[in-house]
Ligand binder design. Structure first.
Ligand code: ARG
Length: 725
């Protein structure tokens, strides 16, 4: 274990001979030196230790993970000011909004720090990254793999957590060929500082989502709070003070030009760049079309009710955005994968791999000879049964009723176990676990019902169960569910009616009354809790069992395939798939051609905002007063002399979901923009990166500043920043 600390030093002094490239690659910060010379060539001025240093303050200290990685943020003032996307702050802003104080709709800027509002999520700073591959894989064999890795992981976690001060996130890279420990410090007191109105922050709505050209002011601002001695606190505390960060990013008003160096730091969630041809086929033919169809049905129900009532509209704003974002994503991804024939390309790569295996010695053949047949076997199972899981995730889990019921069904099982227990002491012990569970459900109940509208959920349930019944064969559904629906002669409307009428799960008062006086009997009788329990059990047992063998085969094949790629291309630097750990990507500000005869510019301007404007429209409206401010052309320092105000721009950086809110940083370490999306022509990007097509869409930091200063009149926030002119 001592190796850990020396290893880090070795990593930094290691001069790599591997060739890296700009564009593709979400690189590990601790291995920065591998990419450094290429970055320098492209225009990076900072030294490696100004960027990533675990002993003194460096740029990485200004990058934060939101929650457990739903988005990224960056520190941009000495008073803990955090910038992220509007769509990242969206749910927090919605929860802080009412129809009378509708911050989501009208925007919000705290006049003083006292006016900043508890956001309800935490942020984490990266302390260090440690290569723990040797520790994790010591003495691991095919037989003891899972067990030994789990043991080694908990030892590493213990050693690096500094007695619980830090959270240690162990990340498997390259399907188990490498392991890194990410050590974080988490701050639980984060407050909303400001947001533009939704019409600016989500300008273009679902129509423009995932597309270029874009004119969205996708930003919102928060502040990290700490105790009086600048320490992290677990929760909000009234007398906490603004956190003094180790580093904050200077903000550049100098602007960006085509060819400029740009790097992005953040927390990309997941990519599948090494997916097999079998996997691509399964995704495009089976999984994704189902997801698109089910999500559309959910959205139709939401929208029907949202249109009728402002309060309901607000309640379902974040839920709608979440479902819609990946509805369009999967639609675009299937289309992109097919258009670029990614399945065919992968088949080509697999053929090259096969040739390499067969041209090698017996040891190579023994080790890698079965990889492709393992994929084939695994995908035979996935192709036949994948929809059991897809429909569970999208349709069953998409009914709020089911999800909320899980806690109750767990509680019901706990009661049953307690009743079966003979030992008195154990019974008492179990009671305290039961009490704990009741408290946890209680704690989540207000939040659940704040944004719950039962008529929507009931109609969603019918739509979801209709698909569940019509699209899946009976063996892909739980037997107990099949029995239940048979009692209603397959009539989903009748079943939903009954559940919503009889179960406590749809009514906050009834739930609270039950939780004040919980009883096993009542739970057992509740048909909604029963339904939810059947579904939970099917996921945990039925579906897992269905795929256990296939998953095992696929995991082994993945690990071997990647190991083989390293051997096949010893001079190539491979980047690991995204996995919600801090990464960086570097490249340039760049335009692209979306198709034959077409060329897209690398930036958009205020002219385009105004061209797209449609008064009263859901997606292309603008806030009152916006046009006047825009037309006054009072751009101050935020536009170059004689130029229109820049809104968004493009780079060829490699990002994905989770990177939202990530800083786009120039060669001097200054903030030039805020990443928020990818482009339609490269929606296949999470599975295959296309350098000619794939672009990151960012909001120009100068538009952000203009929105705060000129549009909202919150200049005091801009004054907090360190502007680099
Ligand atoms: N596509 C963006 C992402 O996944 C989210 C954009 C949010 N905007 C919207 N119109 N829904 O990061």
């Amino acid at each position: 274990m001592k190796k850990l600390y020396t290893l880090i030093v070795v990593l930094f002094t290691l001069i790599s001979s591997q060739t890296t490239r700009a564009d593709e690659g979400m690189w590990i910060p601790a291995l920065l030196t591998d990419n450094y010379s290429e970055m320098q060539r492209l225009g990076l001025v900072l030294t490696p230790d100004q960027i990533y240093d675990i002993n003194k303050s460096s740029m990485k200290d200004a990058i934060v993970r939101l929650g457990s990685g739903f988005c990224t943020g960056e520190v941009i003032s000495s008073q803990g000011l955090i910038l992220t996307n509007h769509h990242c702050g969206y749910s927090a802003i919605q929860k802080l909004s009412t129809t009378t104080a509708n911050h989501l709709k009208n925007g919000f800027w705290a006049k003083t720090k006292k006016d900043e509002l508890p956001a309800g999520f935490s942020v984490s700073f990266l302390v260090k990254i440690v290569d723990i591959t040797e520790d994790i894989l010591a003495d691991v064999t095919d037989e003891n793999r899972g067990k030994l890795i789990a043991e080694h992981s908990s030892a590493v976690r213990k050693e690096l957590s500094d007695s619980g001060a830090y959270a240690v996130d162990i990340k498997e890279m390259f399907s188990g060929n490498k392991y890194f420990a990410y050590v974080y410090e988490t701050f639980g007191d984060v407050r909303l500082v400001g947001t533009p109105p939704e019409s600016v922050g989500k300008y273009g709505g679902d129509t423009d989502n995932w597309m270029w050209p874009r004119h969205t002011g996708d930003f919102s601002m928060f502040r990290v709070y700490a105790s009086k001695d600048n320490k992290a606190t677990k929760d909000y505390a009234e007398d906490n003070i603004p956190y003094t960060p180790k580093h904050h990013l200077p903000v550049s008003t100098k602007g960006v030009d085509k060819g400029d160096f740009a790097m992005i730091w953040g927390f990309p969630g997941s990519t599948d760049r090494y997916l097999s041809s079998f996997g691509v086929r399964n995704a495009t033919e089976i999984d994704q079309p189902a997801r698109v169809k089910i999500r559309r049905a959910k959205l139709d129900v939401y929208e029907k009710y949202q249109k009728r009532d402002e309060a309901v509209d607000l309640m379902y704003a974040a839920k709608h955005a979440q479902v819609a974002n990946y509805w369009k994503y999967f639609m675009g991804q299937t289309r992109g994968l097919k258009r670029l024939d990614i399945e065919g390309k992968k088949r080509g790569e697999e053929a090259a791999f096969d040739k390499w295996v067969n041209s090698g010695d017996q040891a190579r053949k023994d080790k890698y000879g079965n990889v492709l047949s393992m994929y084939k076997d695994a995908y035979a199972v996935y192709d036949a049964k994948k929809l059991a899981e897809t429909y569970w995730m999208e349709a069953i889990y998409g009914i709020e009723f089911t999800k909320y019921g899980f806690g109750f069904s767990r509680l019901s099982s706990m009661y049953a176990m307690q009743a079966a227990e003979k030992d008195k002491d154990k019974k008492v012990q179990m009671q305290s676990q039961i009490d704990g569970m009741v408290q946890r459900i209680k704690a989540s109940t207000e939040g659940n019902f704040k944004d719950y509208y039962a008529p929507i959920d009931q109609e969603v349930m019918v739509a979801m169960l209709d698909y569940y019944m019509n699209d899946l064969s009976a063996d892909m559904r739980p037997v107990a569910f099949n029995d239940m629906i048979a009692k209603y002669k397959g009539n989903t409307v009748a079943m939903a009616e009954k559940l919503f009428e009889c179960s406590i799960l749809v009514d906050q008062d009834r739930v609270m009354k039950f939780l004040d006086n919980p009883s096993a009997k009542k739970l057992k009788k509740d048909i909604g809790v029963k339904f939810s329990g059947i579904m939970l059990d099917f996921y945990l047992n039925g579906i897992r069992a269905m795929f256990a063998e296939a998953d095992q085969k696929r995991a082994t094949a993945d690990r071997l395939y990647k190991a083989a790629l390293f051997q096949m291309h010893p001079d190539k630097a491979f980047a690991p798939d995204a996995n919600s750990s801090m990464r960086f990507t570097y490249g340039q500000v760049l335009d692209y051609s979306p198709g034959d005869a077409m060329q897209y510019k690398h930036f958009t301007t205020m002219k385009g905002v105004i061209e797209k404007y449609q008064p009263g429209d859901d997606e292309f409206d603008l806030p009152t007063g916006y046009l006047d401010v825009a037309k006054s052309k009072n751009y101050g320092d935020y536009a170059k002399e004689g130029e229109d105000l820049r809104i968004c721009f493009l780079t060829n950086n490699d990002i994905t979901g989770g990177n939202s809110g990530s800083p786009v940083i120039n060669g001097n370490g200054e903030l030039i923009g805020l990443a928020f999306d990818g482009n339609w022509e490269a929606m296949s990007g999470d599975i295959a990166f296309e350098p000619e097509l794939q672009r990151t869409i960012s909001v120009d930091i100068r538009y952000v500043l203009w929105c705060i200063d000129k549009l909202a009149g919150a200049k005091h926030i801009v004054d907090e920043m360190t502007l680099a002119r």
